[in-house]
Design a protein around this ligand. Structure first.
Ligand code: TXE
Length: 498
């Protein structure tokens, strides 16, 4: 796959129209492998947010979308999925250029993303209420589920299209309208997606995109009175600010805020499989995933053998151009994140953790000028160290030993986060016990990093609020209405509650 060579200039998408931002300003998006700008992104501000919310509000309150039958909504979603499948190569290349993710991984994701639109398209006309056999005479009582309204979907830079899809598919299926704010580091793929939204035939205003920075676009959006619900994926700090804004007028809120997920390796595990699973958990996508298995808890009896095998495999990771099919570990997506990962590595050293692999920028010829960091492993980590408590969001693994199962569960749960955990064992009783004892939204046993449109995904504790994926996800975009219909003759004593 080739790179776009000349600078590409994008427009924002508001009310079904492509246009300049109100400011007339643009900012550069940088290719993380070349460390060079490749695209210009509109620098939106509160004026564009106002326009986008107004367009989404109008589309929600009246017009074609508001009166569209849910079966037709479902067809539109499925059509969008088909168009994404048709354009998967192009969308994958854009994402790789903007984000540095491996083309091989992105092409796989783009092949899978249509399933979200298919699945939620199928759910659009199966949003059913219920009749309540109410305990009052002459009364018919039923519930209906209605779209929550206008949604602000705020997405991060690590998996822009996938994480936007996790919000857009259920929100559209529910009948909401949406203003999307992609990360300022990776806006291009979301704007490309809007071309397909347009082509699929969604009415104007159903989907809108405002690009730009957190304070200039994110804050006006999250504090806008025209927004009913915020769906946010990002860091804990920004998530907290978003939650404060949402609280001002009690906007509905889902948050996915990352984690410090533990991989527990028990002595009875198939060690070769476990090594692969732990490598995939921390070095796939260069560790820049919310589900990164960044804490390895390994039983003392197999600690050294496991670590030797792990280092042997991790050392073979091929770094380089993410467009190349050979590459296994790509660059860090943003320069600030590159600096942050390096500073976390220094922090771990200063805390006394022992660096047994990597621990520095990758100075390999195939990495060019890109923001590469060697796959890094720290041994002799204590769970109370900051390197074991804070999310690094990069290719850095902390190794912690344990002796008893209870100790392993306690260590795994001793974290402010609770997004995911991996358990490696051949003992079923242990697998079930671990699944019960671990306080996290996803538990993988003898596998890691599996996600599906059918499965709920989200976090305990500081990892977030609410679930994306599966049938639960659509509930996050619905309000329940309870309707009471009296069919008796005479209204009873008005001074007494019925
Ligand atoms: O993310 P931000 P950053 C973690 C990871 C990383 C850290 C910081 O540990 O090192 O977060 O990353 C928008 N109101 N994750 O700073 O700021 C922002 O413009 C409204 C974990 O790049 O959280 C972008 O669109 N919006 C995570 C989005 O929030 C605001 C994925 C996410 O960016 C805003 C990414 C505001 N006040 C980083 N401030 C995961 N859960 O997977 C920023 N934004």
């Amino acid at each position: 796959m080739s790179r776009i060579q000349s600078m590409k200039k994008y427009q924002c998408f508001i009310g079904g129209c492509w246009g300049e931002p109100a400011s007339g300003d643009y900012f550069e998006s940088v290719d993380p492998f070349l460390a060079k700008p490749w695209a210009l992104i509109p620098r939106c501000d509160a004026r564009d947010v106002d326009a986008a919310v107004a367009a989404a509000r109008t589309a929600f309150d009246r017009g074609e979308w508001a009166s569209m039958h849910p079966s037709r909504r479902g067809q539109l979603l499925r059509r969008l999925g088909e168009l994404i499948a048709r354009d998967a190569d192009r969308l994958a290349s854009v994402e790789v250029q903007d984000n540095g993710k491996l083309y091989a991984e992105m092409r796989g994701q783009l092949g899978y993303i249509p399933h979200w639109f298919d699945y939620f398209g199928g759910l659009a006309d199966k949003i059913e209420g219920s009749v309540i056999p109410i305990d009052k005479p002459d009364m018919f009582t039923f519930t209906s589920h209605e779209p929550v309204g206008v949604v602000a979907a705020i997405t991060p830079w690590n998996s822009p299209l996938l994480l936007a899809t996790w919000k857009l598919a259920p929100a559209l299926a529910a009948g909401c309208t949406i203003v999307v704010k992609p990360s300022e580091f990776t806006s291009a793929s979301t704007l490309e997606l809007m071309k397909l939204v347009d082509e699929a035939g969604f009415p104007a205003g159903v989907l809108n995109v405002v690009t730009g920075f957190g304070p200039e676009v994110g804050e006006p959006l999250t504090s806008h009175p025209g927004i009913d619900k915020i769906a946010f994926t990002g860091g804990e700090g920004s998530g907290r600010r978003v939650a404060h804004k949402a609280a001002q007028n009690f906007k509905r809120l889902t948050l996915e805020l990352g984690g410090k997920s533990a991989q527990l390796v028990f002595p009875d595990a198939d060690l070769d499989n476990a090594v692969k699973g732990v490598v995939s958990g921390i070095f796939a996508a260069t560790g820049q995933t919310c589900i990164a298995g960044s804490r390895l808890l390994v039983h003392d009896s197999i600690h050294n053998e496991f670590l030797d095998k792990f280092i042997e495999l991790a050392s073979t990771a091929r770094m380089g151009d993410p467009m190349s099919a050979e590459t296994q570990v790509g660059p860090i997506t943003t320069q600030p994140q590159y600096q942050r990962v390096l500073s976390c590595i220094e922090m771990a050293r200063a805390e006394g953790a022992e660096c047994v692999l990597g621990g520095k920028p990758a100075a390999r010829p195939e990495c060019g000028d890109g923001w590469f960091i060697e796959p890094t492993v720290f041994a002799n980590v204590s769970n109370s160290m900051r390197i074991a408590q804070e999310e690094v969001f990069g290719p850095v693994l902390s190794v912690i030993g344990f002796r008893e199962d209870d100790e392993a569960y306690a260590l795994a749960n001793d974290s402010p986060y609770g997004l995911a955990a991996g358990v490696w064992t051949n003992d079923q009783r242990r697998a079930f016990t671990a699944a019960k004892r671990l306080r996290a939204g996803t538990i993988w046993t003898n596998t890691y990093r599996a996600v599906s449109y059918m499965a709920p995904f989200g976090g305990f504790k500081n990892s977030g609020i609410g679930r994306e994926g599966g049938q639960e996800a659509i509930q996050e975009y619905l309000e329940t209405k309870c309707v009471w219909m009296f069919y008796g003759k005479d209204v009873s004593n008005p001074f007494v509650m019925r």
